[in-house]
Design a protein around this ligand. Structure first.
Ligand SMILES: [Zn+2]
Length: 674
């Protein structure tokens, strides 16, 4: 016992947060940005522990306030609480994704459950909930933004089961922890299956599309396709079938506890789309157009295949199969469009592209971007910038972290180091935002040269950044990109539309060796290539979105009818048939390797990509009708959407801007499907 007390004291001593900890001190740095050189890895844990305690005390003070609950003394007080925690976590999570040493990784593993438990503590606090509820039920006099903040907080409680009776709450929590471990199991199995796929075929999962595009050996393609599409469904130790059923049954039970018939009903209730019917109708329309186009694409590919038959490379009567798609699509592409990325890359040197990204923001919104060498960065690869508005006022600080490195996870993303919000004394805290990408670093021979896809990514992520910078909200929880999942990509994808516009290209796309501007025929080829193979691409994406919806639309009774792996296969087959998917295409993800929906936040949400794309295409068409650099439209876009974050319902904002509901036709036209 003595030992225990002694070791506890030791832990307390180690984790005690001294006032010298850089997170506790005020940052007297340019724009209050993080003093990275003063922060050591040992500073995170004590600051987070102290931050959690401070916030708990602040919430306790809110709860024990003898005055009747008001927006100010409850919701606004909560919004302003936890300053040390946000300040620390803002740095910690960003570093853990983009500059994760093994010791940072270990800290993430250690602190994630601590942070999750602290969050649970807040949203299981009944006394706190009662105050929030009182404000929520009497919110008619509040501003619209205050109503939205209150609603969001209230729903967070309710959706976490606070209103359930004791037994219901206990079951809810039990399901949460069961789901967490099932998702982890799903992911672990998938990882093992991915490794097995590589062992069997010599190809990694991420290199699969490239392999299928370039592999001339049809039998090898067939083998790879079959191995790829049966991951998690091999009846071995890593089989995901039983796990999927268990996950779906538990999710549905949770939805039932909260009064929803299916988990799709529950998951969509707080999204822009609002309900499963709306999503189903939307996806159905896109699917029909995609399949029409896909049939034309097969026709073109079959012609090339017939030539291979004639040349004796394939047996007579060979028809396009799912494992032929990538390969023959590439053959059609190179014939039709003749676009060689080795020719485009010299025009997309990374510094030029960044210049183009900033130039577009200036041309559209009047935003100015200048280098800020006085701002410290966390890695020598990172560059800091200051963004100001047309009137010279500060919008925020931007870090561009573009190059891949070992300590960075894959992909590209935008994140906040600091959110925008207004302090109690009226001071407008401006955001600190990062764009992280995995662009190829310079080599000894060449500077960093970007692919067309990379260029789109740079514009995409800066679109998120603009959403974060132009925000004019009062409360953290609704400012900037704090909007629903099916709305947030609208702004990043919207910004992509400018990447290859003539006027913008003229400003940035110059050959890094000669300074020559990109020739017009090459620009035209890029435009055409972006519309290529869209029947297939849209079809497989849409099919996965529908499959996701259909799983989550099953009731508890229907799920009880699933007994084994075969019943899952039969369900997939039926769903694909009903959606009109042709045999040559399979969903981008099949059930047993659909990580987005069984181990990530995209359950009944994979449609979000297409949904957001409709919004951005529709908005862009509106710009096109008026000339894409029309100041008044851009101003309206900025005032309606970018300044308001989540302070109003997304559909209300969209109607306000557009005067009508989003038209799926806009997506079809952009993808060349109409
Ligand atoms: Zn995005």
């Amino acid at each position: 016992m003595k030992n225990l007390i002694a070791s506890l004291a030791l832990v307390m001593a180690i984790t005690a947060c001294s006032d010298k900890n850089p997170f506790v001190q005020e940052w007297n740095t340019p724009y209050g940005t993080a003093p990275f050189s003063k922060i050591s890895e040992a500073d995170y844990k004590p600051a987070i522990i102290r931050g959690i305690k401070e916030r708990a005390a602040e919430i306790e003070a809110i709860v024990s306030n003898p005055e009747a609950p008001t927006f100010e003394n409850t919701i606004a007080a909560y919004e302003l609480s936890g300053e040390l925690l946000s300040k620390t976590v803002g740095v910690f999570y960003n570093i853990s994704e983009s500059d994760a040493t093994p010791s940072i990784q270990a800290l993430v593993d250690e602190l994630t459950p601590v942070l999750t438990a602290a969050e649970d503590e807040v949203f299981m606090n009944k006394a706190f909930f009662e105050r929030v509820k009182a404000v929520y039920e009497n919110s008619s006099e509040l501003t619209r933004e205050q109503q939205m903040v209150t609603k969001k907080l209230y729903e967070n409680f309710v959706r976490n089961g606070i209103a359930l009776d004791e037994a219901g709450q206990a079951r809810f929590k039990e399901i949460n922890s069961a789901l967490a471990s099932l998702s982890q199991k799903f992911a672990n199995n998938l990882l093992a299956e991915n490794n097995a796929f590589k062992a069997e075929t010599g190809v990694t999962v991420s290199a699969y599309p490239d392999f299928m595009t370039s592999c001339a050996d049809r039998a090898a393609r067939e083998k790879a396709f079959k191995a790829y599409s049966s991951r998690g469904n091999n009846g071995n130790d890593n089989d995901n079938n039983a796990i999927v059923l268990e996950i779906m049954k538990l999710r549905t039970e949770q939805a039932n506890l909260l009064g929803y018939k299916t988990s799709a009903d529950y998951l969509l209730a707080n999204k822009m789309a609002g309900n499963p019917e709306t999503v189903d109708k939307f996806l159905g329309e896109i699917m029909a157009s995609a399949m029409k186009k896909a049939k034309e694409e097969i026709y073109d590919m079959q012609k090339v295949m017939d030539e291979d038959v004639k040349a004796g490379l394939l047996p007579a009567g060979s028809k396009i199969q799912p494992w032929d798609w990538f390969y023959y699509a590439e053959k059609v592409r190179s014939r039709k469009y003749d676009l060689d990325e080795d020719l485009t890359k010299p025009y997309f040197q990374v510094d030029s592209v960044r210049k183009g990204v900033f130039y577009a923001a200036n041309k559209i919104y009047g935003v100015n971007v200048e280098e800020a060498p006085e701002v410290e960065v966390y890695n020598p690869d990172v560059k800091a910038y200051k963004l100001t508005d047309a009137d010279g006022s500060l919008l925020g600080i931007f870090y561009a972290d573009y190059f891949s490195r070992e300590t960075k996870r894959g992909g590209a993303w935008m994140n906040n180091f600091r959110d925008q919000y207004v302090k109690a004394d009226g001071y407008d805290v401006r955001p600190v935002i990062v764009n992280v990408c995995n662009f190829p670093p310079a080599t000894e021979e060449t500077p960093s040269l970007l692919s067309i896809d990379n260029v789109q990514t740079a514009f995409h992520e800066f679109g998120h950044a603009l959403h974060g910078f132009l925000t004019k909200c009062n409360y953290r929880d609704v400012s900037g990109t704090s909007v629903t999942r099916d709305f947030v990509e609208m702004f990043s994808q919207f910004n992509e539309h400018w990447a290859f516009q003539k006027e913008i290209l003229a400003h940035y796309a110059n050959d890094y060796r000669t300074g020559e501007p990109i020739p017009e025929d090459l620009v035209a080829k890029i435009g055409n290539a972006l519309k290529f193979n869209q029947g297939f691409m849209t079809g497989e994406l849409c099919a996965a979105s529908i499959l996701d919806m259909k799983w989550h639309e099953l009731s508890a009774e229907e799920l009880a009818g699933f007994t084994d792996a075969q019943s899952i296969r039969d369900f997939e087959t039926k769903v694909c048939k009903e959606m009109g998917l042709i045999d040559e295409i399979i969903p981008r993800y099949r059930t047993t390797y659909f990580n987005h929906i069984f181990n990530s936040g995209y359950s009944a949400g994979y449609y979000s990509y297409l949904w957001s794309e409709v919004l951005d295409c529709d908005a862009f068409e509106y710009f096109e009708k008026n000339g894409i650099y029309d100041k008044s439209i851009a101003d309206r876009f900025r005032r309606t959407f970018l300044e308001r974050g989540g302070s109003e319902e997304p559909m209300t904002l969209f109607l306000e801007f557009r005067g009508q509901e989003p038209d799926p036709g806009a997506l079809l036209r952009k993808r060349g499907l109409e």
